[in-house]
Write a protein that binds this ligand. Structure first.
Ligand code: ACO
Length: 325
C-alpha cells in the first residue's frame, strides 16, 4: 500500500516579539486580562515588507534540510494560509518561485485556522494516489495584518509565523501497517451557516479591500470544544484507535481555555498536550506545524508515537488528522 509519511519538519518565526505589556501601551488592555482569557504572553510580528511567502519559504527550507531533500525533489507545494501575499497568484506559487523550481504543482488551501489540517488531508491523499511523490505542506500567516488595532477583543489574540512539513510516498506492506510511520487518517468538517461568527469584513468581490478580522468570541468558544472533540472521537473510531493510544495531542493554538476544555472532554492528560500559545499567540494555519516542530526539535517525539492534530477556524471549519511518527 502506498502511504504518505512525514520525513521532515521546520518552522520560522519573525524576529520582532510583541509582549502583552507592549500592547497595553497602545490599547486599553493588560497582561493580566490577556493571559487569564487566552494564555497568551507574547506574539511574533512580521517586519515591514516581510510577507507570508517569505515566512513560508524560510519554514520550507528548514523542513527540506531536516528531511535531507532539496527543492528539486518536491513535486507539490500546498500553502495553508488566510493571509496570502496577493489575491492571486497563490502564495504556494510564490514559494515555488523562491525555491527556484519550475516543475510540479502549487496551490493554496483556504480553511483559516483549520488550513493545516485540511492541507494535510489533501496532500496525503495526493501522495497516496500517486499524484505527487514528495510534497511540501506549509502553514504560514501574517495574521497581524488582518487586525483592527482599535478592537482590543481581537487585536491581542493573533501573531505571525510559519511551519512546514515534507511528506513522501512510502510503500507499506500489510504486515507493517500497525508500526509504519504514516498519516493514518483525517476527518474534515465545515458549517457555513456559522460564517458570521468569525470572518474578515472585506475581500475583492465585496469591498475591494482586505478588511479586518471580526469575531464573536463567546460564540466561537461555545462551538469550539464540542466540534473539536467530536472530530477527534470520530477520527479515533474510523482509525480503530482509542484516546489511550495517543502519545501527543497537537491542537491548533487558538486559546488555552479551548485547548484545556478539549483535553478534558476527550480525556487526554495535559502532559500529552502541546501548548505554545503563550509564546506565539494564535498563528491560524501556522500554529499546528509550529507546535509540532517544537516537540520534534526538543527530541520529545519518538518514532512510532501516535500524534493527533486538530483545529477549528473561520467557516466554521474544523477537523483532525492522526499520524504515526
Ligand atoms: N483587554 C481588556 N478587556 C477586554 C479586552 C482586552 N483585550 N477585550 C475585551 N475586553 C473586555 C470587553 O470589553 C468586556 O468588557 P465589558 O464587560 O465592560 O463590556 C469584557 O472584557 C468581556 O468581554 P468578552 O468579549 O465577553 O470577553 P470574554 O471573557 O468572552 O473573553 C475571548 C474574550 C478571550 C475572545 C473569549 O470569548 C474566548 O476565549 N473566545 C474563544 C475564541 C477565540 O479564542 N478565538 C481565537 C481565534 S478563533 C480560532 O482560532 C478558533
Amino acid at each position: 500500500m502506498k502511504k504518505s509519511k512525514i520525513i521532515g519538519i521546520g518552522s520560522y518565526l519573525p524576529e520582532q516579539i510583541i509582549s502583552n505589556d507592549d500592547l497595553a501601551k497602545i490599547l486599553d488592555t493588560s497582561d493580566e486580562w490577556i493571559q487569564s482569557r487566552s494564555g497568551i504572553k507574547a506574539r511574533h510580528r512580521a517586519a515591514e515588507g516581510e510577507t507570508t511567502s517569505d515566512l513560508a519559504f524560510q519554514a520550507a527550507q528548514a523542513a527540506l534540510t531536516h528531511a535531507k531533500r532539496t527543492p528539486d525533489d518536491i513535486d507539490l507545494i500546498i500553502v495553508a494560509t488566510t493571509t496570502p501575499d496577493l489575491t492571486f497568484p497563490a502564495t504556494a506559487a510564490l514559494v515555488q518561485k523562491k525555491l527556484g523550481i519550475r516543475h510540479g504543482a502549487a496551490f493554496d488551501v483556504q480553511a483559516v485556522c483549520s488550513g493545516f489540517v485540511y492541507g494535510l488531508s489533501v496532500a496525503s491523499a495526493m501522495v497516496e494516489t500517486g499524484q505527487a511523490k514528495c510534497a511540501l505542506l506549509i502553514g504560514a500567516e501574517t495574521m497581524t495584518r488582518l487586525l483592527d488595532m482599535q478592537d482590543r477583543a481581537t487585536a491581542v489574540l493573533f501573531g505571525d509565523g510559519a511551519g512546514a512539513i515534507v511528506l513522501e510516498a512510502s510503500e507499506v506492506g500489510r504486515e507493517d501497517i500497525d508500526t509504519a510511520s504514516h498519516v493514518m487518517g483525517s476527518y474534515l468538517r465545515s458549517d457555513g451557516a456559522l460564517s458570521d461568527i468569525l470572518y474578515v469584513d472585506g475581500g475583492p468581490s465585496t469591498t475591494g479591500t482586505t478588511g479586518h478580522l471580526r469575531m464573536q468570541g463567546r460564540e466561537v468558544y461555545r462551538h469550539a470544544v464540542g466540534n473539536i472533540s467530536d472530530a477527534i472521537n470520530t477520527l479515533l473510531q474510523r482509525t480503530d484507535m482509542s484516546i489511550e493510544d495517543v502519545d501527543w495531542f497537537v491542537p491548533h493554538q487558538a486559546n488555552k481555555r479551548i485547548i484545556d476544555g478539549v483535553a478534558k472532554k476527550i480525556g487526554l492528560p495535559i502532559e500529552k498536550t502541546v501548548v505554545t500559545i503563550h509564546q506565539h499567540a494564535n498563528t491560524s494555519a501556522a500554529s499546528i506545524p509550529l507546535a509540532l516542530c517544537e516537540i520534534v526539535q526538543q527530541g520529545k517525539v519518538k518514532r512510532g508515537d501516535i500524534i493527533m492534530l486538530e483545529a477549528m477556524g473561520g467557516g466554521l471549519t474544523w477537523g483532525a488528522n492522526l499520524l504515526r511518527w
